[in-house]
Design a binder for this molecule. Structure first.
Ligand SMILES: C[S@@+](CC[C@H](N)C(=O)[O-])C[C@H]1O[C@@H](n2cnc3c(N)ncnc32)[C@H](O)[C@@H]1O
Length: 228
């Protein structure tokens, strides 16, 4: 049976890991570029980031991808990550707000609705049922014309990346703490086609590490009724 890190285990792991998280940039950055190209952040007035880590992506958002008056809110379960993100985002003053969450999907501390919700390399830590809970909460918290942008470890389309995804999955099965609780996902399968409209889906591979990128819009009430 697959074992996932529970909230306490994940919190302890990321508290210890701290600023070393930024060393993952070598495979994350290309996928984040794809996300920024597809999620039209220049048209957003508010963004929520779930699992903000050290605030690296938030800094890029507030540093120019978002309009100058847009606000950003980020949450993370790790006290260390919350501290690092607050320090990094201090120059943006009141535009940025970070809170330490309890592992749940309650976004009310940041005052929904949001024009964008993003989660990069976080859903790949969660058990399948929690990924579904996150998507349901994100749908509730998005404005009607909002967009959800998610990036996770994925399954590559080249032989080296497929091999790496396999090895990564085996290691995750045996000792999830060795890979920070993350494993490659087929992310698109979690999007209920009645509830979501996928606007962009792609796989980006960097140093044989594959990432899946999805940008999706909540279906309108009318679309949902037609689909049922
Ligand atoms: C692999 S790191 C990715 C961090 C950041 N998004 C990035 O791309 O660099 C996963 C982050 O998710 C946080 N996390 C894990 N489970 C969470 C949950 N249920 N709610 C909020 N944050 C969570 C961890 O503390 C960690 O900071």
């Amino acid at each position: 049976m697959v074992r996932y890190l529970n909230t306490g285990e994940a919190r302890r792991f990321y508290d210890r890991f701290g600023a070393r998280l930024d060393s993952q940039a070598f495979y994350e950055d290309r996928a984040l570029e794809v996300l920024t190209g597809a999620a039209r952040f220049d048209q957003a007035a508010s963004v929520l980031e779930f699992g903000c880590g050290t605030g690296r992506f938030a800094e890029r958002l507030l540093g120019g991808l978002l309009p100058p008056d847009a606000r950003y809110a980020g949450c993370d379960i790790s006290e260390t990550m919350v501290r690092l993100a607050r320090e990094r985002l201090a120059p943006f003053g009141g535009r940025a707000m970070i809170w330490q969450s309890d592992g749940s999907f309650d976004f009310s501390p940041a005052g929904p609705p949001f024009d964008r919700i993003v989660a990069t390399y976080v859903l790949d830590l969660l058990p399948p049922a929690e990924i579904c809970l996150f998507l349901a909460a994100a749908r509730q918290a998005l404005s009607p014309d909002g967009l959800l942008g998610v990036v996770s470890l994925g399954w590559g389309e080249t032989l080296p990346s497929r091999l790496l995804s396999r090895v990564w999955t085996v290691v995750h099965h045996l000792r999830p703490e060795l890979v920070g609780g993350c494993r490659p996902l087929y992310l698109a399968q979690y999007f209920d086609p009645v509830a979501w409209r996928i606007r962009h889906r792609s796989i980006s591979t960097s140093y044989a590490v594959a990432s899946e990128i999805i940008v999706a819009a909540p279906a309108t009430k009318r679309e949902e009724t037609e689909d049922e």
